[in-house]
Design a protein around this ligand. Sequence first.
Ligand SMILES: Nc1ncnc2c1ncn2[C@@H]1O[C@H](COP(=O)(O)OP(=O)(O)OP(=O)(O)O)[C@@H](O)[C@H]1O
Length: 284
Amino acid sequence: MNVITVENLSFRYRRAKEYSLRDVSFEVRRGELLGIIGPSGSGKSTLCLTLNGIIPHSIRGDFSGEVIVRDPGTGEEYNTIETPVAKLSTVVGLVLQNPESQLFSMTVEEEIAFGLENLGLDRNEIMRRLRWVLEVSGLKGLEKEFPPNLSGGQKQRLAIAAVLAMKPSVLVLDEPTSQLDPLGRNEVLGLVLLLRKEHGITVVLVEHHTDYILRFADRIIVMDKGSIVLEGKPREIAEEAETLRRLGINLPPSLEISYELKKRGLISRLALTEEELLSGIRSL
Ligand SMILES: Nc1ncnc2c1ncn2[C@@H]1O[C@H](COP(=O)(O)OP(=O)(O)OP(=O)(O)O)[C@@H](O)[C@H]1O
């Protein structure tokens, strides 16, 4: 079942000369982790903003095509053009690159409760959801902390927790680790995996660390100049290493090395991870 269906979507920001999205069509399937990669300026962030209606409701421009969001709980479908962002956000939660742009409360728990109060939920339900997201995001014990005092990884986990509290079926994360050190990055990506595996949340993840996407995504979309240029399973995308390189996408060392070995006929299978590379080399 598709939770999001994008059909022939094109978008040009107001006053921009060029289209940032050009005739983009794809679907997000329930329960999957869909990775999106592409060079800078290829339209990844713009695409994320269309998935919960921020484009075209808050950011305007020339918009054509459709984004249909389906709530897997109720089976209801929403065309983003006709549905307010507040409604769409209960199905599709969007986490931006810079967590600070999403945090504005005095304490961690207020930050999480804020959106819930706006949903008009009763006190008991707010407390239930608050306890749940604090637990899963690993922020328990930090309820009274002032968000700017948190580490980078904790801030981003708080931004995810605040979105998660709305109980979305789909989490869209736009380069959530780009501002983080490797420790923070692992914290955040670990949380994303946990949400998907243990809480059945569908994930759309834009990430320039291709190693993570190749290792954990079920499917990958590659964007260039506002269009989808490749789509497939990680192994299919890895086979296109030449194209990825040409687009300026960084390949993980295991893929670079195994690609060269395979080209020379030394191994038969590309390595998506270091473990796969080592076992390929051992069998040489
Ligand atoms: N608010 C805006 N107004 C006008 N043009 C914009 C705006 N935001 C982005 N663009 C343009 O749209 C195109 C796609 O940008 P977008 O940020 O979606 O790409 P991206 O793949 O997310 O890049 P990055 O990896 O650097 O974040 C770029 O040419 C960019 O300059």
